[in-house]
Design a protein. Sequence first.
Length: 148
Amino acid sequence: MRLCVVDASPLIFLSKLDRLDLLERSAEQVVTPPAVLREIGEHHDKASRKIEDAQRSWLGVREVVDRRLVDVLMADLDAGESEVIALAIEAGAERVVLDDLDARRLAHRIGLSRIGTLGLLLAAKLRGELPSLGTEIDRLRKAGSDPP
């Protein structure tokens, strides 16, 4: 089964773009750890409500069993990114979806396949699902500067 583990920023950005569907279609199963949901839950806005709706239909939540690994990863990453990487290792995920550069580098060093929000948008453009990558990037920039 193709499993994808996703971090907070891709969920938030894709939600703000109304493009969570790109993430949903990226794997047979998309999951996130509890720390990511706690991070998202700190802001009650349209994006967080869309992510809550995704949880009720296709976005799974899975606990990390190896808390020692999370603790080790937290020396360099935040709680959400640490749990994403630990869960990906435990579950044998095909891919992690991370935007943070340090987290992406660490994931690469330990052999995890990774992609970010921009990579998901580019892949969708190449599949013909987006009319303009530039327009989506402009929307993403604007969404990133919007207050929660």
